[in-house]
Design a protein around this ligand. Structure first.
Ligand code: ADP
Ligand code: TZD
Ligand code: MG
Length: 573
């Protein structure tokens, strides 16, 4: 933009819109997930005009989940862009989810005028967004002046990716976008963030302490979490596992960091591994509810000594005593342990590794015939057995997974072969991550995506299949249609006319939703139907939704976590 001032000199100007775009691009952020509207509609247009990829969603929550998983996949903050109050609030669930899961993300929301908001005079979509966001993310900032855009965006990026990654909120009042400043001064005000997530080396004595614990172990176990997958230290992690000869358990999203078929994988002997291990090395996994807080029945009676690798010092001793805390980034910590093993390292006692191996083989053999069953209607094993073969044949496809039974069965049945290929509900077990996650996975990696969705889970983000069709993304959605949440068989206990709380319309045709937007819809009743349709979708890259008819009696309440349901002592279900 240029203008002529009183002195008839020409001054080149820029404004808030363009400074924000330039600041993001300067930091290699080239994709935005969002929903347009006042005051950010033109911002989206200018960003697209400037060559950024701007993907518009049907609901901010799904744009937010897309940004969150983009952060996980790329180690750069995923950007979600929303309008003020309601749009901001719709994005907030995903921001909190990103923070909980340690994914770097920035929620950028337009906001109303400060003067009016602070006097509570009833502006359009008035809300003190900054105050509300603060408790739900790592950090929250507001930029009031165009000359602060460079610093503001730099702070947001650094906050999102440094240390333990997480969500950041950036509040941009409407007035900021139109603020004008000298273009030269504007360009100079931008900041390229140098080394936003610096290596954090573990203390040498902490490495020695951990190695001593390992040397004395009789039944050591490694637990790999999604922090280990995020760190992208794949080669060193694999080398550490293989050189140490220590069996490992992958948490859900760490599956594939080493192939699930690896001889040291104890995935199919999880209970035995947890119960009998004596020294446990946690790598980028927390001892939260997903690991029964590191104590209690599932950990058995063998006393445990924990070695814990994490970038966040306060994670240590969060649930149980950690005898060897190793604080630092996973890449540096694992490589220090690896070199510390030295040349004389001896593998763990064979009675331990072979006991686990035997258990794995027995369990895998017991499962095999169930996975080949051709029951109609399909049960979870028959349908997932077919999808398991597809991922085996197409190991670079990305698997997105949510639901209850659909999640728990798929996690244990489908082997993963490559890092960061399994994307799911994460730490909170959120229903609704499905389509946003699938979209970002396709956009960020260019790989085909297979989304395996419970029919309830799918419903939370189902409208985004229009987004998938609009951008023509290679996403194949398989809806496990069992007519409801957990099972489709519940009846209203009062005998009244309302449907039971957990059931949906019987035999709903989700496949026709996809057809409404120009995608391919398939109705599948057998494992063969399913195999054929998924292969076709993956070969063609066309947006596809397969309605897989699942026996409505096949699932169990809450999948595998039914024990977490509180029980009434006075009434029976
Ligand atoms: P899971 O659910 O797979 O068990 P969690 O989300 O509970 O995994 O744990 C991930 C952990 O990884 C978090 O405590 C986080 O601080 C840690 N983390 C993330 N990135 C890194 C990294 N680069 N280096 C070290 N620790 C990391
Ligand atoms: N809302 C949100 C945001 N997250 C949740 N986890 C839930 C509600 C509760 N919930 C679960 O934990 S699983 C689930 C709900 C509603 C749906 C399970 O039904 P499904 O899967 O059809 O997706 P299955 O295969 O029928 O078990
Ligand atoms: Mg269901």
């Amino acid at each position: 933009m240029s203008t002529t001032n009183a002195d008839t000199e020409t001054e080149t100007l820029t404004d808030g819109f363009h400074l924000i775009i330039d600041a993001l691009k300067l930091n290699d952020i080239n994709t935005i997930y969002g929903v347009p509207g006042i005051p950010i509609t033109d911002f989206g247009r200018y960003a697209q005009a400037a060559g950024m990829r701007v993907l518009s969603f049907r609901h901010e929550q799904h744009a937010g989940y897309a940004a969150a998983i983009a952060g996980y996949l790329t180690q750069k903050p995923g950007i979600c862009l929303t309008v003020s109050a309601p749009g901001f609030l719709n994005g907030l669930t995903a921001l909190a989810h990103a923070t909980t899961n340690c994914f770097p993300m920035i929620l950028i929301s337009g906001s109303s005028e400060r003067e009016i908001v602070d006097l509570q005079q009833g502006d359009y979509e008035e809300m003190d967004q900054l105050a509300i966001a603060k408790g739900l993310c790592k950090d929250a900032y507001r930029i009031l002046h165009a000359e602060d855009i460079g610093i503001g965006i730099a702070r947001a990026i650094r906050a999102a990716v440094s240390g333990r990654p997480g969500g950041v909120y950036l509040d941009l009042p409407a007035k900021l976008f139109g603020q004008v400043m000298n273009a030269h001064a504007g360009a100079n005000s931008l900041v390229k963030v140098i080394d936003p997530a610096p290596r954090q080396l573990p203390a040498p004595e902490a490495v020695t302490r951990a190695l001593n614990e390992l040397k004395n172990a009789k039944r050591p176990l490694i637990i790999l979490g999604k922090g280990a997958a995020y760190a992208q230290a794949d080669a060193d992690i694999r080398a550490f596992v293989e050189k140490s000869g220590i069996p490992y358990l992958p948490m859900s999203m760490a599956k594939g960091l080493l192939p699930d078929t690896h001889p040291l994988s104890a995935g199919a002997a999880r209970s035995l591994a947890l119960k009998e291990s004596d020294v446990v090395v946690m790598i980028g996994a927390r001892l939260n509810w997903l690991l029964s807080h590191g104590k209690g029945k599932s950990w058995g009676t063998t006393p445990k000594r924990f070695i814990h690798i994490d970038i966040e010092p306060r994670e240590m001793d969060s649930n149980v005593e950690i005898v060897a805390p190793l604080v630092g980034d996973i890449g540096s910590c694992v490589s220090a342990l690896l070199s510390g093993l030295g040349d004389n390292w001896s593998a763990p006692p064979a009675d331990w590794t072979s006991a686990l191996r035997e258990k794995v083989e027995t369990n895998v053999a017991r499962m095999a015939p169930k996975l080949r069953n051709n029951n109609v209607p399909m049960d979870y094993h028959g349908a997932l057995g077919a999808l398991r073969t597809i991922i085996k044949e197409r190991p670079d496809a990305i698997l997105v997974n949510e639901g209850a039974n659909t999640l728990d069965f798929a996690r244990s049945i489908i082997d993963m072969y490559q890092p960061r290929k399994r994307l799911d509900v994460g730490t909170w077990g959120v229903m609704g991550i499905g389509m946003g996650t699938a979209i970002a996975a396709a956009v960020e990696t260019g790989k085909p995506v297979l989304a395996i969705e419970g029919d309830s889970a799918f419903g939370f983000s189902g409208m985004e299949i229009e987004t998938i069709c609009r951008y023509n993304l290679p996403v194949c959605v398989v809806v496990f249609n069992n007519n409801g949440i957990y099972r489709g068989t519940d009846v209203n206990p009062s005998g009244g006319p309302d449907a039971a709380t957990t059931v949906f319309v019987k035999d709903a045709r989700y496949d026709r939703m996809m057809e409404a937007f120009g995608g391919v819809g398939v109705y599948a009743t057998t494992p063969d139907d399913l195999t054929r349709a998924v292969n076709e979708a993956m070969d063609s890259g066309r947006p596809t939704l397969i309605n897989a008819v699942i026996d409505e009696k096949a699932g169990t309440e809450s999948g595998r976590i039914g024990n977490l349901n509180p029980q009434s002592v006075v009434s029976k279900k």
